[in-house]
Ligand binder design. Structure first.
Ligand code: SF4
Length: 418
């Protein structure tokens, strides 16, 4: 989605193509003047390999996105220019500098760009048939909270910016078919007043939509009612931990463990499914955490969930704390998706790995899916498909620590049939 926005920001006389390596193969021999690559921490090493390959052929490369923004010096070793921060306000200038053969080493954003008048993302550049949800829309940026493990605040700052509702609706109207929209916001209800206005405006379109939200949505009956009325079928909620001490330690004070059951019942009572995020291996967790978390997720019949271990992404407060304590075991970014890269406090890394795998396996066993989803639930065919997708992850081919940084691309992208 980010690259479709960058494509839309590119001056119109420039021909643009978009390659997503999740779903297609990169053609390194294609005639190209300038390559722009976006990278998360977990994809940084691969992004650098791609950049090095293009540069070896004499093609100029610009790196941007979350990881290059927090590690610009590292990224600049693999790029002719690095964009630090969001592309709006910077990218058209980068293209002009390239045309004038005056690329600068770094382009830094000095203030957060306004979300007023954003161009319509170039969805026409997406590979046809390659995504579960082709129609993704961004309505906000950032999050009003600042959980220590989350890259959102370190990238977007302590700001929560909302697009004008009218412009979002105009964008929705451009979508060729509007059966399912994935709102790619980090927290669609970060500003309840804005969210209510948006949901009211969406009601006439009779769409179905999914989005990430904070558990605070359940504290506002009107907000939840409007979400359901506007077509919300699945909310991705960050429960993170069943230990209040852990939640306090990671700065997620908006979550109250004693309220979780009520939150889930309320969301379910509106016919909305829940995809829960849990982090296992935080500092207060001992070996009991695996069984406790699994039992809770099954008892509450969460339709789907992800169980990740903490990942100290660079730029986050968690990374700083663990680094100071000498608990980070590697800064080889290629390890950050599939290996535990920090020393847990109350268990070994091996125990955490085995425990997390066990929770994943049990939660996505067929009897568990049957108990949680069954056949009579609303949208049960879709819920089974999502469960079977995550089941495939632990079975091997798609195995990784699907965490906050990469979940949406993992969820929305699938390999094209080979
Ligand atoms: S984890 Fe969720 S609530 Fe916390 S800062 Fe990130 S997006 Fe916001």
């Amino acid at each position: 989605m980010g690259l479709a926005i960058v494509a839309a920001l590119t001056p119109p006389e420039v021909e643009v193509s978009l390659t997503d390596e999740n779903v297609t193969v990169i053609d390194f021999h294609k005639e190209t003047d300038l390559v722009g690559i976006t990278a998360l921490t977990v994809t940084a090493r691969r992004a650098y390999e791609i950049a090095d390959t293009f540069r070896a052929r004499g093609v100029k490369v610009v790196l941007g996105g979350m990881h290059p923004s927090v590690m610009p010096e590292e990224a600049s070793q693999h790029a002719d220019a690095v964009v630090i921060g969001e592309a709006e306000g910077i990218w058209p200038g980068v293209v002009e500098d390239f045309k004038a053969n005056k690329l600068q080493r770094m382009y830094r954003q000095h203030e957060r760009p306004s979300l007023l008048g954003l161009p319509i993302p170039r969805r026409d550049l997406f590979t046809e048939g390659a995504y579960f949800a082709r129609h993704t829309v961004s309505t906000t940026r950032g999050c009003p909270y600042s959980c220590s493990f989350c890259s959102v605040t370190s990238f977007f700052g302590h700001t929560y910016r909302c697009r004008p509702v009218e412009e979002i609706i105009n964008e929705v109207e451009t979508l060729s078919e509007r059966k399912l929209i994935g709102f790619v916001d980090d927290n669609i209800v970060g500003n309840p007043k804005f969210a209510k206005e948006l949901f009211r405006a969406l009601i006439p379109y009779k769409i179905k939509w999914v989005a990430q939200a904070s558990v605070t949505i359940a504290k506002d009956d009107e907000l939840l009612r409007l979400a359901a009325a506007s077509g919300c079928i699945d909310l991705f909620l960050g429960f993170e931990s069943l230990s209040q001490a852990n939640l306090v330690a990671v700065g997620k004070r908006i979550n109250v463990v004693d309220e979780y059951e009520d939150v889930i019942r309320k969301v379910h009572s509106h016919g909305i499914a829940i995809h829960g995020f849990f982090i296992l291996g935080l500092d207060e967790d001992d070996e009991d955490v695996f069984k406790r978390t699994l039992c809770f997720a099954q008892k509450m019949r969460l339709e789907s969930a992800q169980f990740a271990w903490p990942v100290p992404y660079p730029g986050t407060a968690l990374c700083e704390t663990l680094d100071k304590a000498g608990r980070i075991v590697t800064k080889d970014w290629s390890q950050y998706e599939s290996n535990i890269v920090f020393e847990p406090k109350k268990m070994s890394r091996e125990t955490l790995q085995k425990g997390r795998d066990w929770v994943w396996r049990e939660f996505y066993s067929i009897p568990s899916i049957w108990k949680r989803v069954g056949v009579a639930r609303r949208n049960s065919a879709t819920l089974w498909a999502v469960n079977l997708y995550y089941r495939a992850i632990w079975q091997g081919k798609l195995r990784n620590n699907v965490g906050k940084e990469s979940f949406l691309s993992n969820f929305l992208a699938r390999k094209t049939p080979s």
